[in-house]
Design a protein around this ligand. Structure first.
Ligand code: NAD
Length: 289
């Protein structure tokens, strides 16, 4: 297949490389010269104009920073420029409203489009083990699925346009809440004189069982090996968690959904990130207790 890939940053660089490894011809476009040079090294053909990159492509994949940029790129350079039969796949994490708006513009111009945000970070992008959650019609999903399978381990159809973004932000809001809950409980147990490792041993096999405690223990030297054991380097950056929580709060507002704990988690991550910790793994929030 001929695939145009737009946005070759930390995530997109590895994803595009996996498409070339799978035997696809990849046309790469990014505003950054360094990103383009790295993509060229990995076997992509590089372009300095998005409209040229999408010429003749069977699929367009994008991995961009935010909704504003996604909208601009699709409206200005993809819709009406890519071949009519191309499937459009946006893997960026963006707001639900913009995802629906861009999908509607694509649909109006006769294109099949999906929102396909990912779970998994840079290591999963490089390793081809991302999980994709897809919003779009059955037909658009069917056409996007084989392309996404070459970059991930699971491709799940969530529902109509925007459903992929909805799944992603609701999941990450739950993750933020459970991480803060885990941090609070571990620190409180410690203050009450309980050995944190003993607390981990008990709670991870009791009803406190959750991913944040069991698979990503936020306290160094306790539980499983995690970014906590590496000075909170690597993993999922606090700044990215905050981005997702802001998107979740905007979506909750729009849907008139009550999210008291999500709102509290968002404000705690605002404070933690604002204090200069945006680059640390999100489990480092335990340091504030
Ligand atoms: P990044 O900043 O490393 O990469 C974004 C790339 O987009 C950059 O190379 C930038 O030059 C390029 N770009 C910006 N505007 C452009 C434009 N108009 N046209 C073409 N290229 C443009 O970011 P990233 O970490 O790769 O994240 C990308 C997306 O993936 C974000 O939406 C992020 O929320 C999501 N995400 C990231 C992670 C992670 O761990 N990094 C995990 C899951 C999801």
């Amino acid at each position: 297949m001929k695939i145009a890939f737009i946005g070759l940053g930390n995530m997109g660089g590895g994803m595009a490389a996996n498409l070339t490894k799978a035997g696809h011809e990849v046309n790469a476009f990014d505003l950054s010269e360094d990103a383009l040079a790295a993509a060229k090294d990995k076997g992509c053909t590089t372009f300095t104009d998005a409209r040229e990159a999408v010429q003749g492509a069977d699929a367009i994949v994008s991995m961009l920073p935010n909704g504003e940029i996604v909208k601009t790129v699709y409206i200005d350079s993809v819709i009406g420029h890519a071949p009519q039969g191309a499937v459009l796949i946006d893997c960026s994490t963006i707001d639900v409203a913009t995802a629906k708006e861009v999908a509607a513009a694509a649909d109006g111009a006769g294109y099949a489009m999906v929102d396909a945000p990912v779970s998994g970070g840079i290591a999963a992008a490089n390793g081809g083990t991302l999980t994709f959650m897809i919003g779009g019609s059955d037909e658009a999903f069917k056409r996007a699925e084989p392309v996404l399978q070459d970059m991930g381990k699971a491709v799940i159809h969530a529902g109509d346009a925007g459903a992929g973004q909805t799944a992603k932000i609701c999941n990450n809001m739950l993750l933020a809440i459970s991480m803060i809950g885990t941090a609070e409980a571990m620190k409180m147990a410690q203050k009450l004189g309980l050995d944190p490792q003993k607390f981990y041993e008990i709670s991870s096999q009791s009803s406190g069982y959750c991913w944040s405690l069991n698979a990503y223990t936020p306290m160094p030297g306790v539980g499983v090996d995690s970014p906590a054991d590496n000075d909170y380097q690597g993993g999922f950056a606090t700044a990215l968690m905050l981005k997702d929580l802001r998107l979740a709060m905007a979506a909750a507002d729009e849907a008139d959904a009550a999210v008291p704990l999500g709102a509290r988690a968002a404000s705690l991550y605002e404070d933690f990130s604002g204090a200069g910790n945006g680059g640390l793994d999100f489990s480092a929030i335990i340091q504030t207790y």
